[in-house]
Write a protein that binds this ligand. Structure first.
Ligand code: PEP
Ligand code: MG
Length: 311
């Protein structure tokens, strides 16, 4: 008697709606890479490296002094590679370090950190990286090495950029690290009102994408500390002033051929998704648990816009 092979039962693959707007996922720890990739997201819109760095227990400067620059690079390569591997060839946007001084002060070597009255308005993100570039150089060198290893799906993103002068500093360091800003895909977070208002200058300086960091953009636009419970009820990412900055930036970026994205928490909110898709955002990056809902919300909004356009 003929043996009829029966196809093994497969686990249900999630039905991912086809959308024109890409839906990506935020990843903060390398261990979450597998779960993030299984969402069917179109890539990683924000890979944070703060956890990889802070979990070393020492400030980056102290770690490099004790173990050498190569060891710091290797730590980053190991963490980022895990995510780049899991998603390949889907793009992964890795961001250079963005921790405030009060978080670095908790670490070994942190006693040298300045005590700032307002760390969120202080020495963090690209400001620190450009002022004290040794760890920054090693971060870029790690990304360059990963690229050499074949991970051409990596894109680099820079936090807390204000203006074209910041971008010029970034480009200089990219070139020195062997990352050609003309051929690699890279971009900046738009998370200060200054960057939104000067997006034309940033585009002219050569960015490929702008990604809205709505956690900070809301905090800085409304002057509402994102970590202060006393004003938590005033922290509104859908405030008209915030939406105006985002909407105008998307419009300008579309004219100039710069991709736009969101990687703040608000990207997981349906109202923000509707607003962004209507404005023509290129991609939305959501929390792992929200990706499915965002995919469907994007689909619904795109279908509604299509129907409206033929009416
Ligand atoms: C943001 O500000 O929205 C953002 C994504 O960056 P972080 O939360 O790491 O400051
Ligand atoms: Mg931010």
């Amino acid at each position: 008697e003929e043996f009829e092979p029966v196809e093994a039962a497969r686990p249900e693959t999630p039905v991912k709606p086809m959308t024109a707007t890409e839906v990506k996922v935020n990843v903060s720890i390398p261990e979450a890479a597998e779960r993030a990739a299984a969402t069917g997201a179109d890539g990683v819109g924000l890979l944070r490296i703060e956890h990889m760095v802070l979990s070393l227990g020492k400030t980056p400067e102290k770690y490099i002094a004790d173990h050498g620059a190569q060891a710091y690079q290797d730590e980053l390569i190991e963490g980022v590679r895990r995510v780049a591997d899991e998603f390949y060839p889907r793009p992964v946007r890795v961001r250079t370090i963005d921790a405030p001084t009060d978080e670095f002060r908790e670490l070994e070597g942190g006693e040298g950190e300045p005590v700032e009255p307002n760390p969120m308005l202080g020495w963090r993100g690209i400001r620190r990286s450009l002022d004290k570039p040794e760890p920054f150089r090693q971060e870029l060198a790690a990304f360059a090495r990963l690229h050499e290893m074949g991970y051409d799906n990596l894109e680099v993103m820079f936090p807390l950029v204000n203006d074209a002068a910041d971008v010029e500093g970034i480009k200089r360091h990219m070139r020195e690290a062997g990352i050609d800003p003309e051929t690699h895909r890279w971009g900046v977070m738009v998370e200060t009102p200054a960057s939104a208002l000067q997006i034309e200058d940033l585009a002219e300086a050569g960015i490929d994408f702008a990604s809205f960091g709505t956690n900070d953009l809301t905090q800085y636009t409304l002057a509402v500390d994102r970590n202060n419970g006393h004003v938590a009820d005033r922290f509104d990412e859908l405030h008209p002033a915030v939406l105006r900055l985002i909407g105008d930036t998307i419009e300008t970026c579309r004219e100039l051929g710069v991709d736009t994205s969101i990687c703040g928490q608000a990207g997981s909110k349906p109202e923000m998704v509707d607003f962004l898709v209507e404005k023509g955002v290129s991609s939305i990056s959501a929390n792992i648990d929200a990706v499915r809902d965002v995919q469907h919300e994007v689909k619904r909004t795109e279908q509604r816009l299509l129907l409206d356009s033929v009416r």
